[in-house]
Ligand binder design. Sequence first.
Ligand code: BT5
Length: 238
Amino acid sequence: MIYKFDELDSTNKYCLENYESLKDLDVVYALKQKAGRGRLGRSWESDDSIAMSIMLKDNLNYNLGLVSFVAAASLYNVIKKYVPYLSIKWPNDLLVKNQKICGILCQSKISNEGSKCLVVGIGVNTNNDKFSDELKNKATSLYIINKVKYNNKTIINEIINEFKQVYTSFLKGDNKYLSICRENNYLLDKEIEFEYQNKQLTGKVIGINDKCELLVKNENGVLELSTGEVLLKKSYFF
Ligand code: BT5
């Protein structure tokens, strides 16, 4: 089922609060999201853009962290039709050149009875015509790029169909999603700054392994980053 709301605080929050009544692969979207969330409690701006969440309840016997990459690959396949350049910035952003156009937030919940769910939250900047001062250089939208307003429902349906296909083959063991993340890895060959075991380090990105960890080479060898924030070294912004 697809549930549409005129307004919600956050589609992810709605799914987590109502997970008992939602079924596997149900989708919740809101025309207006008032308090969208990013990772680590950060906020997500939505303005005539796509805010949707996909509920996953069945077959959750895999590494749940991989679903964020399944979602990134699905979004890549849909959004690349609308923009000239698109890449995936590990772990969960889609960028047009250096500007973010989609974000993904996966959140899981385990009930008292032990059943669990995973909510895949997806934000796509479709018709936003501006962003806050903080974001205006860091974010972009389909409208800002193409000067065309899009039908959000059409793109939501494309995302649902693509996600279902990529996710179904992921469940069967196919790792095409991983190839898409590798082939369009924004960070590949770039020097980054990152935190590792409470230390601030730098290194060069050399790939993504089968567990979707980012491989970074520096004087200590090759490190595998499983999560976290990576920043490009300042020299990229001259
Ligand atoms: C994300 O977090 O990118 C995850 C965004 C997920 C949003 C969806 S919308 C539907 C569902 N319901 C929710 O409540 N959330 C999900 P993160 O990597 O932590 O990035 C957050 C940061 O991105 C913010 O701190 C801003 O710097 C920036 N940001 C906020 N809104 C943005 C936007 N619309 N476009 C680009 N960047 C944005």
